[in-house]
Design a protein around this ligand. Structure first.
Ligand code: GRF
Length: 214
């Protein structure tokens, strides 16, 4: 069974959705540790409530990004992690660690990449009066929010939507799609080969995953 690490910085609602899916055996993998770079992150409480190992690697205690990344790597190695899941992890990881885990590290980003990499995606969508918004799940590369895309989920933006409305609907699509993708990665139905995302599954499923609508 694949060993999973989940990296968080905040509320951890995605961590909870993934943990629930593991316990209900909808994910064929085991969460070996949850790492937070923020000591006060609510996600740590959620991790503990599931009986998971919660490790704090407080970025503010490290002089350089490299030292922080090395400590993260140290924890991942200690738990012999196969798959690293960034679920609301708000630190940029450097070249060395992203290279080491290339093809084994995935990120969840709240926009339809390549639109809006970086922060404040909901505000940008509202500002630009976009009709659609969504999420992207992608392999992590050394460039921010730019690695090969595995799956995207789409929601429509209504006229009077606020940031809060978008956040709620984005979360609901994340909580459904992310665990499914993680399971398929655990079962090697989704993998990275020569920088290309490969799906060894029924073509119809593949289509749904590439672009999933609420
Ligand atoms: C998610 O919307 C994710 O896309 C973004 O940060 C949010 C984290 O939410 N990167 P949570 O901590 O999982 O509740």
């Amino acid at each position: 069974m694949k060993k999973i690490a989940i990296l968080i910085s905040g509320s951890g609602s995605n961590l909870e959705a993934i943990a629930k899916a593991c316990f209900e055996q909808r994910i064929d993998g085991q969460i070996k540790c949850v790492i937070s770079n923020v000591p006060s992150a609510f996600g740590i409480q959620r991790a503990k409530s599931f009986g998971l190992n919660a490790v704090i690697v407080d970025h503010s205690l490290f002089k350089t990004r490299d030292e922080f990344d090395n400590e993260i790597d140290h924890v991942l190695s200690k738990y012999k992690i196969d798959i690293v899941v960034l679920a609301g992890f708000m630190r940029i990881l450097g070249k060395k660690i992203t290279k080491k885990y290339y093809g084994k590290m995935i990120n969840l980003h709240p926009s339809l990449l390549p639109l809006y990499p970086g922060l404040d995606t909901h505000a940008k969508v509202l500002q630009n009066r976009d009709k659609n918004h969504g999420i992207s799940i992608h392999y992590v590369s050394s460039e921010l929010d730019a690695g090969p895309i595995i799956a995207q989920g789409c929601i429509s933006v209504n006229k009077n939507d606020t940031k809060n409305d978008l956040e709620k609907r984005i979360h609901s699509i994340e909580h459904k799609l992310f665990p499914k993708i993680i399971n398929d990665i655990c079962n090697e139905k989704i993998y990275l080969e020569d920088n290309v995302v490969k799906f060894s599954m029924d073509k119809s499923m593949q289509k749904i995953y590439e672009y999933y609508e609420e």
